[in-house]
Design a protein. Structure first.
Length: 429
């Protein structure tokens, strides 16, 4: 489908996270942007009609924290394969991580990555840059030059900056430029070498573990530095109930702080590791069922703002190792939507709340116009059948790496079509 002219989506179930509504209606697209929405039979004329067949039409997912392994490890994931996986998963914008080889810490590397992404990926790609050179935590990057080159945020990912003077200086400088800094709340000393969360399960399995307090200590420190500097801050993954009270307090105190969590920490718990299944090894490690429920409640209440895939490709060699030695991470661009719909089918979260966390809030945090169905917004859309059952086959995924914990899982929800600026970039076969 071309983005020229007008397209009318009819018989749709419109999921609008901005108004919090889930209702039947139609949506008109004109020249790549949403022109109008409405209900009833009094519909406008259009050059093309797309009959949605009563299925859900929602803003495309905006996924913060996607790892694409260019430069350095294209065999794990390229911008082409990640872009195709994103389109098949209803993700229309990826904010990509800088934890590549080498790290994205200079304008030259960032411009290379942005050029590669725009050539290869059918969806929007917004690169993030490292906060310190080489993600080594010793010297901050040239934030201003990197912003000019297109960096949408700054993060050292899971390399926590331990030198508080360096981090405070970087946060102060970021504040003066209005840059968004993304932190990984974790005490690096306590969490070093951990493969599981402390508790009975980790003890029975003999796995090196980390207390949930490591996350609490990490967020406490970052909140103090944000209070000191006034920076814009986003916590990439909040996964434990212990971290929620300080987060709530910081927001009540007016600090510019948002928080995310990963789809795996919302839909899986520590017991899913079972007998050392390395596809369930993620960072931070999977938590208790009580923590998982607390994350769902925090999303419902708005304490946690964003759900992301934390898409982290790993090849077979790095996963086919003893659990303690195996690499952390899971691919999730294609499984984010059906996994999130587990929460909907379990009556834990409704669709507007899910899409607020997966689309509207991340778009708002990055200063984007997408993530909504209001007139004037880009026509980045996903059409999906919320009730369609499927058994996931990891070898059918478009990602080069197949390390998903949902292999063989029974899921409900399938993307039928994805549109970027009104142009169809995916259609179910």
């Amino acid at each position: 489908m071309s983005d020229a002219g007008t397209t009318l989506f009819t018989d749709a179930r419109l999921i609008d996270p901005e108004t919090g509504t889930d209702a039947p209606g139609w949506l008109l697209v004109d020249k790549g942007t949403i022109a109008a929405t409405g209900t009833g039979a009094d519909r406008p004329q259009a050059e093309r009609i797309v009959d949605c067949g009563g299925h859900c039409l929602a803003p495309g997912i905006v996924d913060i924290g996607v790892k694409v392994c260019e430069p350095g490890e294209r065999h794990k994931e390229s911008y082409r394969s990640a872009g195709l996986a994103a389109a098949a998963g209803g993700v229309t914008t990826m904010a990509t991580r800088p934890d590549t080889l080498p790290a994205i810490d200079s304008p030259e590397v960032l411009e290379f990555v942005a050029r590669r992404a725009n050539e290869a990926a059918p969806v929007n790609v917004l690169p993030m840059a490292a906060l310190t050179k080489g993600r080594a935590g010793a010297e901050m990057v040239e934030i201003s030059f990197l912003m000019d080159a297109g960096a949408v945020a700054f993060t050292d990912c899971d390399h926590v900056v331990t030198d508080t003077r360096v981090l405070a200086r970087a946060l102060s400088y970021a504040r003066s430029l209005g840059a968004l800094v993304i932190g990984h709340p974790q005490d690096p000393g306590l969490s070093a070498g951990a493969a599981a969360t402390s508790g009975k399960f980790a003890s029975l399995r003999g796995l090196p573990s980390v207390s949930p307090m490591a996350e609490r200590m990490g967020i406490d420190r970052d909140i103090a530095l944000v209070e000191m500097t006034g920076a814009r801050y986003h916590a990439d993954q909040i996964t434990t109930a212990r971290a929620l009270p300080p987060l709530s307090r910081a927001r009540r105190n007016g600090l510019d702080i948002t928080a995310g969590t990963s789809i795996h920490h919302l839909t899986l718990n520590e017991l899913d590791v079972a007998d050392y299944r390395t596809f369930f090894k993620v960072k931070p490690p999977l938590r208790s069922e009580e923590d998982r429920q607390a994350m769902i409640e925090a999303l419902r209440e708005g304490v946690i703002d964003i759900i992301s895939s934390m898409h982290t490709p790993q090849d077979e060699e790095s996963k086919r190792l003893p659990f303690e030695a195996a690499a952390s991470g899971a691919v999730a661009l294609e499984t984010l939507l059906p996994a999130a719909l587990r929460l909907y089918h379990a009556d834990a979260l409704d669709l507007p709340t899910l899409w607020r966390a997966m689309s509207l809030n991340p778009a708002t945090r990055l200063g984007l116009e997408c993530g909504r169905l209001s007139p004037g917004a880009p026509a980045d859309l996903v059409l999906f059948d919320a009730g369609k059952p499927l058994v996931l086959d990891r070898f059918a995924l478009r990602s080069k790496s197949k390390n998903t914990p949902f292999d063989g899982a029974r899921l409900q929800g399938r993307v039928m079509a994805t549109y970027v600026a009104g142009t169809q970039v995916y259609e179910v076969s």
